[in-house]
Design a protein around this ligand. Sequence first.
Ligand code: SF4
Length: 622
Amino acid sequence: MLQIEDLQVELDADAGLVRAIDGLRLSIERGETFALVGESGCGKSMTALALMRLLPENGHIAAGDVHLGQGSGRIDVLGLPESQMRSVRGGRIGMIFQEPSTSLNPVMRVGDQIVEAIETHTALRGAAARAKAIDWLKRVGIPEPERRIDEYPFRMSGGQKQRVMIAMTLAAEPDFLVADEPTTALDVTIQAQILDLLRDLQREHRMGLLLITHDLAVVSGMAQRVALMYAGQIVEVAPAAEFFAAPKHPYARALLRALPGAGRRDEPLEAIAGTVPPLWQSFEGCRFAPRCGQAMPRCSAAPPELIDVDAGHQVRCVLYDGGPVAAPLPQPVAAGVRAPAPAATPQEGAAPLLVVSDLKVRFPIKGGLFQRSVGHFDAVAGVSFSIPRGRTLALVGESGCGKTTTGKAIVQLLRGTATIEGRALLDGRNLFDLTGAELLAARRDVQIIFQDPFASLNPRMRVAELLDEGLAALQPDLDAGARRARIEALNDRVGLRRDALDRYPHEFSGGQRQRIAIARALAVQPRLIVCDEPTSALDVSVQAQILNLLRELQTETGVSYLFITHNIGVVEYIADHIAVMREGRIEEQGDCGPVLSSPKQDYTRRLLAAVPKLPGVGPVIS
Ligand code: SF4
């Protein structure tokens, strides 16, 4: 169905010529799901963009061939004139992008966007196309599709926007689908629904699927074959079952060990040391050598080739070439694992840091020519919980259940846009009553790490300026030298290279941007951090570093976390308590272990049942 031969993609960057993809070769059968996994910046998404010929302006395909289809329908994707490529793109090859907020047109109703895709790529027109669009919205799980088809994207949650985009892509009935992190922003029940839908469509249409994800549990449930990428190259390709049962490449083994879960709660996760190397440099030997626990002198002598180790199983590592195996060289320690961070034990009788009682958040619904208030929507309908000092409460639930709104209300980001009732007592002071200097102090005490790091970082500011901005505003007593010293320490602490401070957010991968966001929240030494899906867009090794880092900081500083997530593996690893939200209310709450092992409510049971599981690692993982 799809054949890629020796693909090389280069980007012109300030630092020089970046070899984003270096000699990629793979083929995907009709009806097959082939997963491409690896860390941020390894070239997975660039592969998808190259297939669609949607490379950024500074990128070009330096070499290679891409063919789609068989027999008379076979096309040379890289050789087609752009006018023909336009009908292939979105028609024969569909693509679900990673960030729905940047992929949907914000000034077009969602229905019009789906109808446009249907009319461009199928024979349906007018009312028939609209009926089909409603049908697709229903299939991807959008409630009240007849009404919501006329809404604009901003009225929808992140998960709902992602579902709209999936509907728009699948409505064109492509032969081949490239899905780049298609369910990363979704909660587990919707994820299960979307993955079932993709499986059904594959069966119905024998569609080929290139699944790009950092979620290994999703891969194990979906893919027939897996390729692991590292620094622009494939380092292992294998049948999925074989890959998960007995991964061969040291990087693959390290990735599986970095997964969080209940069984690993008492120890730091095994984060992989260092980061993916910058791809403007030339490589003498193995690209993974600086991070590999088994690296030996000959690993740096020449670039290893992909070696056949079994039928359909290839590995790029000298451990399998039959040559001598020497003692491993000493390795650096991974960022975020400086000290063991055992799970906290509840402090009996400790006064809670935060007590939320009967919190209600109500948004006005505007309508008519003058956008007057025509009703209201209760996003949070009376929730109560408390967070002890130095402890973590996980708030879980489906998209739109009110968990992010709860977090934003506590951080005081909804003043003036919503009606807030109830109390949020931080050390006895009600956050909702504060003004002036007291409000400023509370803003320092309660910080937030957002779900989408790109949207939360000012693109015109360098990292050092981003970190300095909050420090200067909330800690005016610090002089420029003290602020710079703290910024440099934070930068090191979150595992970024020192030269990161002089660069802009767009120069970083998603995982690196999230580390910048975490450093910014930590800069003012808060007592409570609302972490809103902080690791949902990260690959597992970076996630392990961030989780270790958050736990270490909690042990060192006693900071408390309100951890909003849909990743049950992360909850099992980091949280002491859990509250399960549904439609603005808390369905069930308690200590993490009992709630997750024997939930009392049907809803919690259904939520847990939808979590994809990786054999041998436990009921974890997003
Ligand atoms: Fe590690 Fe050497 Fe194999 Fe590279 S070639 S993965 S450094 S053992």
